[in-house]
Design a protein around this ligand. Structure first.
Ligand code: NI
Length: 213
């Protein structure tokens, strides 16, 4: 078990290096992994499933791949000899974890999936969330703030995939919504502080945007 986790860690690290995306690098996986372990212990979730799904959660992401299913994860789990029942639980999480727009329904149902999703969402909010939002905008050449573009509400997956607007709109289109979408009690508690930090950041941001303060 421990060996499978260690080998997966190295496999994922190599994969994430290839994607060359500072918002989804190995250190993102490592942070989410640490948070997921913490939540899993509090919530009594199966640690092996949580750890493996967390490590693999971004290697099949739609942002880096043309395939929509978790083909890399499935092949990897098979090569490790993970039994099919456990592998299925892990793959279900990897395939359904991503936020795909505020109007899309969340397909995560297992406790382990809820834990991994909460941990991933926690890294999208708070101080790291802010840093990642602007880093992503820079990478896509999206403006920091465009006063004439309003945030889009109730987005479908198709709309969500089109990266328009501004980095600040991304707070309203996704980041500020995540607190109320936490699945577990532990995740909700952790989200609160990070959410409040983003709100106070935005208050200052909009003051400065108007030339005040
Ligand atoms: Ni992630």
């Amino acid at each position: 078990m421990q060996d499978a986790i260690e080998r997966t860690k190295e496999y994922v690290r190599r994969n994430m290096e290839e994607y060359k995306d500072a918002t989804h690098d190995w250190f993102h996986i490592e942070r989410v992994w640490n948070t997921a372990k913490l939540i899993a212990k509090e919530e009594g979730a199966d640690l092996f499933v949580v750890e493996m799904a967390t490590l693999l959660h971004d290697i099949d992401d739609f942002k880096f791949n043309s395939h929509e299913t978790a083909v890399k994860s499935a092949a990897w789990l098979q090569s490790l000899g993970v039994d099919s029942g456990t592998a299925e639980k892990i793959i279900h999480i990897v395939e359904n974890i991503s936020f795909k727009g505020s109007a899309e329904q969340n397909k995560i149902q297992t406790l382990e999936g809820k834990v991994v999703q909460d941990a991933d969402r926690l890294d999208a909010i708070g101080a790291f969330g802010i840093a990642r939002a602007f880093t992503y905008a820079g990478y896509k050449n999206i403006p920091i703030f465009n006063p004439s573009v309003e945030a889009r509400e109730n987005m479908s997956f198709e709309q969500y995939k089109r990266t328009e607007g501004s980095a600040i709109n991304h707070f309203h289109e996704k980041l500020l919504l995540l607190k109320d979408r936490m699945n577990t009690k532990t995740g909700r508690l952790m989200a609160e502080e990070r959410h409040n930090f983003m709100e106070s950041y935005l208050r200052q941001f909009f003051k400065e945007a108007k030339g005040e303060s």
